[in-house]
Design a protein around this ligand. Structure first.
Ligand SMILES: Cc1cc2nc3c(=O)[nH]c(=O)nc-3n(C[C@H](O)[C@H](O)[C@H](O)COP(=O)(O)O)c2cc1C
Ligand code: SF4
Length: 681
């Protein structure tokens, strides 16, 4: 069966044979150092090569010109010093059998002048891109020759680095800004007919071909339908695909559908959890059928079955599983070894990309090893030391990960959970229908624990005496937290928590005020649930930015629900007091900048979200009996050295607490705590 698996069949493009049909499309992880793909960047891609991927498209839009300031940690392809770094990356990926290409671009208006060298940004016409908020200059005659030469020089560098090819980014950046009626308002011969709008692209391609020769692999990742009343139509997009093919200058098309000038349309191009899976696969297949040309494509094809279908049905030549590889870089290896069920699922949380757009490095919500390959292993190996007995209390994300990692290390692991199911706060969050895929984070770990022989005891509320009787070497308290209600000065007992709403324990009333003093998912998810039941809803936030902990893409579905349901959003406002008034609640609103009460609301229900306070009684009950008095050696923790603190030598076990049992944080933090701690036992 595996020998015939459509996904595992090789694919040849020009002289290059790719070992299977799975690729990772371009994505800037923001792992650069000084704009160069140094160790962190390289190790990230090498891990995918080790994991069996056929092709890794490096960079997300490595920039070819100085006046394309790096908007999100882009590699600087206009510098010669990039060549040796890319060569090292390519060589190491090649050693593991993967091909390496790179995405090149001039970002045009999709950046801002206040980065890099503070050069003015440019575009065919001075049309501002809402996402990056800069006003571009209209390209003038001398810009054309310069930028075309920059593309050719960057292309030459990529060839010199020993890459297998590159693609140009042609959606939302400079090249396609000429194609789209939304961004090209020129009156010269770079606008009008499709040939005119393609003039800049063709000039670049011709210059690039001269630079790298006819044999080098060159592709375009292009929008073939902007799906936008004022943008590029499908008919125009298909015409561009045909013209690119017929030019003989490109070797593959990597198909995009949609436009990306701000978060809402971007989320249709890169859908987040709860949105349609593989929404543009049929469209990409249509382009392939019509052009009879190599077609690559990625957009939420995050499970192997859909990827297999895409190739088996001839919709794609190469299927992009990009976030899926951020979640698990060893997908192909696991398919080939018949371990498909062990693939860590990409649940579409899009923590990865939302972090990037906020200027951080890309991290997966439930794979802390990704992007940290130098210090954390993707594969946890068995210990060569003593087999320990490890008791873990709490099967939320932290406890489950601690159990999985300790199981992989070969220890005797007992995992206790007070409720009847694994997941903790993840289970609660996944009650919201739109976010139910989150449960994959818990389910995957529960399945791994079963495979590893972890003894899991549900419906066990563990007390200190139970722990004592276990005779464990190591005790890990991962009991999470409970909603805290410190956010208001008076009348907190009149409010309910976001958890009450999410769990279904409390039904939304008719007229509701949500006070979100956290800015993260629990408050928003509760608010969405309330709004969708038809209640009248106002959300008050003390911050000047609404839902400050939620990234742009994740905010889209919330905002769409709030807009649809006429939810009133009030920022810079704190709910200060609550008082009973008849069968209603009177809320006093405080302006956080005016620093005074400024209004009141009379509502049926007030919901407060204020993070959690640690549920750590068990930890404190055990603290004095442990050999380390619960102390964590931070130095050892961050460099993955064994925990050696013995402040109480008569203690019978080492004690640690992780995740929200320490302080209210997020899923990634909880899992990262557990992996770092348990991989050294
Ligand atoms: C962190 C991150 C950065 C990205 N940066 C780029 C980019 O620079 N250029 C690009 O063409 N696509 C970029 N993408 C989009 C991906 O290439 C891909 O189209 C998208 O993630 C959808 O595919 P998937 O569902 O398989 O992840 C990025 C995606 C992620 C997650
Ligand atoms: S953060 Fe979410 S979307 Fe991104 S790779 Fe991880 S699971 Fe997938």
């Amino acid at each position: 069966m595996r020998a015939n698996d459509p996904l595992l069949q090789p694919y040849t493009i020009k002289h290059l044979t790719l070992r299977n049909r799975i690729m990772s499309t371009a994505h800037e992880p923001n792992y650069h150092e000084d704009g160069m793909p140094k160790d962190r960047y390289r190790l990230y891609h090498v891990e995918k090569a080790k994991g069996g991927i056929a092709l890794t498209m490096t960079a997300g839009s490595a920039v070819v010109s100085r006046d394309s300031p790096p908007a999100f940690g882009n590699l600087l392809a206009y510098k010669d010093e990039i060549v040796p770094w890319l060569r090292k990356l390519a060589d190491e990926c090649h050693e593991h059998g993967a091909a390496v290409m790179i995405q090149l671009t001039h970002l045009g208006r999709r950046t801002n002048w206040n980065k890099g060298d503070w050069l003015p940004i440019l575009s065919p016409s001075p049309v501002r891109e809402p996402a990056h908020r800069a006003f571009p200059k209209e390209m003038e005659d001398w810009d054309f020759d310069r930028i075309i030469a920059d593309y050719a020089a960057a292309a030459q560098r990529m060839k010199a680095a020993g890459l297998d090819g590159f693609e140009f980014e042609c959606y939302g950046h400079l090249m396609d800004a000429f194609w789209s009626p939304a961004t090209n308002l020129r009156t010269d011969d770079y606008n009008g007919s499709i040939d005119n709008r393609l003039r800049f692209t063709m000039r670049v391609l011709e210059a690039v071909r001269k630079a790298v020769g006819p044999d080098f692999i060159v592709g375009c990742r292009l929008v073939a339908d902007e799906d936008w009343d004022k943008g590029l139509s499908k008919q125009e997009g298909l015409e561009i695909c045909h013209k690119l093919k017929n030019s003989g200058l490109v070797d593959f098309l990597n198909i995009i559908r949609g436009h990306i000038e701000h978060d809402a349309p971007l989320a249709r191009v890169i859908p987040v959890m709860g949105m349609q899976a593989s929404p543009h696969l049929n469209f990409a297949g249509e382009v392939r059928a019509l052009t009879r040309f190599p077609v690559f494509h990625a957009a939420r094809i995050n499970d192997v079955a859909t990827a297999r279908h895409a190739v088996a049905e001839g919709k794609l030549d190469m299927v992009g599983m990009t976030r899926a590889h951020i979640a698990d870089p060893h997908i192909v290896k696991k398919i080939a070894e018949g371990r498909e069920s062990e693939i860590r699922p990409c649940v579409g949380a899009t923590y990865c990309l939302d972090r990037l757009y906020e200027g951080y490095d890309t991290l997966c919500i439930h794979n802390p090893a990704t992007g940290r390959e130098a210090s954390l292993p993707q594969v946890v190996t068995r210990t060569t030391g003593k087999r320990r007995k490890i008791a873990i209390i709490g099967a939320g994300p932290a406890g489950l990960e601690a159990a999985r990692v300790s199981g992989e290390r070969g220890h005797e692991v007992i995992l206790f959970e007070a409720s009847g199911n694994p997941g903790g706060q993840i289970r609660l969050a996944s009650q919201a229908r739109r976010r139910r895929e989150l449960i994959g984070i818990a389910d995957w770990r529960a399945e791994q624990c079963e495979r590893l022989g972890v003894s899991v005891k549900y419906n066990h509320f563990v007390e200190a005496a139970d722990v004592r009787s276990l005779d464990a070497d190591i005790v890990i308290v991962a009991t999470g937290g409970l909603p805290q209600n410190m956010a208001i000065e008076e009348g907190a007992d009149l409010a309910v928590s976001s958890w009450d709403i999410l769990s279904g324990d409390v039904k939304p009333a008719e007229d509701v005020l949500v006070f979100d003093d956290n800015g993260a998912h629990p408050g928003m998810a509760a608010a969405e649930l309330i709004a969708e039941t038809g209640s009248t809803l106002e959300i008050a936030s003390p911050e000047r930015i609404f839902a400050a902990e939620i990234g742009g893409l994740n905010l889209v579905p919330y905002m769409q629900a709030f807009t649809r349901r006429n939810v009133r959003i009030t920022t810079m406002t704190r709910v200060r007091t609550l008082k009973r008034q008849g069968n209603k609640i009177l809320a006093t609103l405080w302006n956080t900048y005016g620093e005074a009460d400024y209004s009141t609301r009379l509502v049926d229900q007030v919901v407060i979200e204020n993070g959690t306070s640690p549920l750590a009684d068990l930890y404190f009950d055990l603290k004095e009996e442990s050999s380390n008095r619960g102390e964590l050696d931070h130095e050892a923790f961050v460099v993955a050295r064994p925990q050696a603190i013995r402040t109480n030598p008569s203690g019978k076990f080492q004690l640690f607490r992780i995740g929200d049992a320490v302080a209210s944080r997020n899923i990634h933090a909880a899992i990262y705590d557990a992996l770092r701690l348990c991989r050294v036992f």
